[in-house]
Design a protein around this ligand. Sequence first.
Ligand code: XMP
Length: 519
Amino acid sequence: TILILDFGSQYSHLITRRCREHNVYAELMPCTTLLRDVKFKPKGIILSGSPYSVYDKDSPHVDPAIFDLGVPILGICYGLQEMAWQLKGQVEKCDHREYGFAQIKMPQIGGDTAASVDALFEGLGDEMQVWMSHGDQLSKPPADFHVIGYTATAPYAALAHNSKPFYGIQFHPEVTHSPRGKEVIGRFILNICGCKTHWTMEEFIGKEIARIREICGPAGRVIGAVSGGVDSTVAAKLMHEAIGDRFHAIMVDNGVLRLNEAKQVHEMLNTNLGVNLSVVDASDLFLSRLEDIEDPEQKRKIIGNTFINVFEDEAAKIEASEESKGKGRVEWLLQGTLYPDVIESISFKGPSATIKTHHNVGGLLKDMKLKLIEPDEVRALGRLLGIPAPLVQRHPFPGPGLAIRILGPVNRSQVAILQQADSIYIEEIRKAGLYDQIAQAFAVLLPVRAVGVMGDARTYEQVIALRAVQSEDFMTADWYVFPPDVLRRISSRITNEVAGINRVTYDISSKPPATVEWL
Ligand code: XMP
């Protein structure tokens, strides 16, 4: 196992991901973790990047004991600076923050230097493209280190210790913008640390199940919310495999779900996957609170707060129910997904505010987090757990649901119109075999009315906008180019089948400057 100490970089989870791609298991832990609290003996340690500067008053630092453990250490970006800070080198602010591509030159070191010295870049040639993102850099390496790579602006872009297996690199090998970065990580974990390539998704499932069982003990019970999305479905299935009916999944119908969604989720999770699920119809409560609200942030807030209220009530009911008598207490709250927000991985800062609010649930519940894995790995995991392909490949759906796709006031009739239009849209995309080529597709209901004609009469009805994007990570996105006859069929079906709509438009904006959602 590789221990990755997380200083809060937005890329930290990608380091674990790259290790897994080499079939090496890596554990991401907060940077302030004390070595004595690490339950396993790591074969190597990687220090991540960070938004901090090593000299800031409140910047995080690593347990100095790691430098005496006798295992290889690789510092990435802040990790390099932290290593220099601890080992008495010097770090300074750059004149300009460096963000973007750079060419790193790796001079070949020959002669009688220790064989492992340039092992980090072995076989990678003497130059490569890398991704930089930093405001500080080394101005003086610590004693006993020498340069193994430099760029036009960073004379100490990569360092190695003269005799110990300590390495530091200023660039980010974990991002795909460093095309050979995965190989650099491979050199470190395979050649330098000597890790065995054991890790497989099957083994991950086995270990995660064992870990969940250990945390819960023989009687402990866990509750968690499911949405019908891939992440929470996979998480629920995994919990079910681990502790069966001692896991209680709760699905809250907030009145702004897609057409028949609550029913479908119930069928899938409960009937097909055997998960102990209660569906709570709270649509009246949500819709009454949303009435006449147009401001998107207010819609989000109302839905978020109402969700917590309903979820807490439901958790209390499960705890108090007849069938719960004699069973263990509900002690744990599963934090929804396998991919918590990046903010949660900065755990030395404590859990984020939104998570704290959940601590009220049913008294004092302890957090149960599943391991951080990437969205496409969640999909692979889902397939292995026997979750059907259409669900595993499902496009993401936002928490506030259709409420942020109805641009005017939200009410039952507007929701019904959008549900029908959206369902036709997705059905036709699936029929055309295009669903998996699109990252996200959905319909949006505009509050404006346009003129139309039906038979001899004029109509004055609402407009549906269709959105479909291709995107790697939703930070940027481009609109999807449909074959014209698919759009024609969708438009014709929506205007003919959905009462209240006489016009359909297709959104041809990219992100940026637009966003994926309309609100
Ligand atoms: P934007 O509109 O920001 O969307 O370009 C990027 C991705 O985020 C999703 N999204 C949300 N998800 N709550 C969510 O759970 C929200 O409030 C929210 N807003 C946007 C959006 O669907 C897309 O996948």
